[in-house]
Design a protein around this ligand. Structure first.
Ligand SMILES: NC(=O)c1ccc[n+]([C@@H]2O[C@H](COP(=O)([O-])OP(=O)(O)OC[C@H]3O[C@@H](n4cnc5c(N)ncnc54)[C@H](OP(=O)(O)O)[C@@H]3O)[C@@H](O)[C@H]2O)c1
Length: 370
């Protein structure tokens, strides 16, 4: 393929509101370095990490819910601890972690036979010398330029060949959300027959948790917004509890056999956190990978130690999870939940819609719509 010298891309020019997202048509096309591939982006999924990095929500100076500053930014946010890993970020940056596309060129040391391969990209960037060292991990669209562009480079080991009848837009719903969800379930060893409580179940990670927990033979109780409960049930949740239940703990207990669950998989946090721990059985396992409703929660230590609970966090995942995910997709053990697509040029509209949270699943942007 003839790769143009300039490409369309969205540059994030600094911390702040949606105005920091600049669509440009004159961005230099990257070249693949040694060990890398150049990918023509077919579609790129949208995630909260795009919002959190732009608004500096990851900074400890921010204690509100993500949506409080999602459109306009957080005035008090500091820039020196503003990324997921606790460091600052260099702008401009091309964000976008969820790349589905086609390899169009390779760098030195990568077989030319990979040109033309359809790929799904693992967004976790690992240290080449020691890929299992989680302290040296980076993320596509944060520590290096990502997929809100016509072309992106990535280490060849991150570009997984995929054979699927799903469109690029559908495939781009999977990488971040589903690998995170599978990591969460792996961390707390979810097994067949166990009861798993999933929060934010209409969202990207939540809809993945429902499907992936069911895939393991677990039984799912989900929490979701009222307009989205049917869609979450269709994904496999046995019971769906409205998020705005007056007494969330009582509502959850009434859905769980014997009033308890073995596992809570939470990406919401905020005020509902205390009720989630109450519903855990003795020896129950809680895992979190997000806190969209607020990162600072109330924890009664008596609940934690008197019930022998286990609390786990999940971000940088062990090797093997993404590869397993590609297999689940290829065998159609899970399905994409594509909420809608936007042209890359309308990325601000896409993020506005994403922040409204009226959708189920994931939004995707297309560099070349139509
Ligand atoms: N650690 C990691 O590697 C990792 C990876 C991916 C995501 N995350 C984090 O996990 C969280 C969820 O991500 P996601 O992609 O699944 O998000 P999402 O697609 O935006 O879904 C989140 C869902 O949470 C529910 N919710 C409950 N309270 C909310 C509130 N106060 N504000 C907004 N939504 C609320 C909403 O569903 P209802 O309206 O149906 O209740 C919403 O659909 C985010 O904090 C994200 O940053 C972390």
């Amino acid at each position: 393929m003839n790769v143009p010298a300039r490409m369309c891309a969205v540059l994030t020019t600094g911390h702040g509101g949606l105005e920091k997202l600049e669509y440009r048509e004159d961005v230099e096309t990257p070249e693949p370095a040694e060990g890398e591939v150049l990918i023509r982006v077919g579609a790129c999924g949208m995630n909260n990490t795009d919002i959190n990095t732009r608004t500096a929500w990851y900074s400890k100076s921010v204690t509100q819910a993500t949506d409080a500053g999602g459109a306009a930014g957080f005035e008090q946010a500091r820039g020196d601890d503003s990324t997921w890993g606790g460091a600052g970020i260099a702008f401009p940056r091309i964000q976008g972690a969820d790349v589905a596309g086609t390899v169009v060129a390779v760098g030195a040391g990568v077989p030319a036979s990979r040109v033309g391969e359809r790929v799904l990209v693992d967004p976790w960037l690992r240290d080449a010398g020691d890929p299992s060292d989680r302290s040296r991990a980076g993320y596509l669209g944060s520590e290096r330029d990502g997929g809100y562009a016509e072309f992106v480079t990535a280490p060849a080991v991150n570009a997984f060949a995929i054979q699927s009848r799903y469109s690029d837009a559908e495939l781009a719903t999977f990488p971040c959300a589903y690998s995170t969800a599978e990591h969460m379930l792996t961390r707390v060893r979810v097994a067949e027959g166990e009861r798993v409580l999933v929060t934010g179940a209409s969202g990207g990670v939540g809809s993945a948790l429902v499907q992936l927990a069911r895939r393991r033979g677990a039984r799912v109780i989900a929490v979701a917004g009222r307009g989205k409960m049917d869609a979450v049930a269709e994904l496999g949740a046995e019971h769906v509890i409205p998020r705005d239940s007056e007494d969330l703990e009582a509502a959850l207990r009434s859905a769980a056999p014997q009033g308890e669950v073995e596992v809570v998989a939470d990406v919401v946090g905020g005020r509902g956190f205390a009720a989630l721990l109450e519903v855990l059985a003795r020896g129950g396992r809680y895992v979190t990978a997000g806190a969209i409703a607020g990162p600072v929660v109330e924890l009664d230590l008596r609940t934690l130690y008197l019930k022998d609970l286990e609390l786990q966090g999940a971000t940088v995942m062990p090797l093997g999870i993404f590869e397993a995910l590609v297999g689940y997709i290829e065998r159609e053990e899970i399905r994409p939940v594509l909420a809608g697509t936007f042209p890359l040029a309308r990325v601000r509209d896409a993020q506005s819609a994403f922040l409204e949270k009226r959708h189920v699943g994931n939004f995707v942007v297309l560099p070349r719509p139509g």
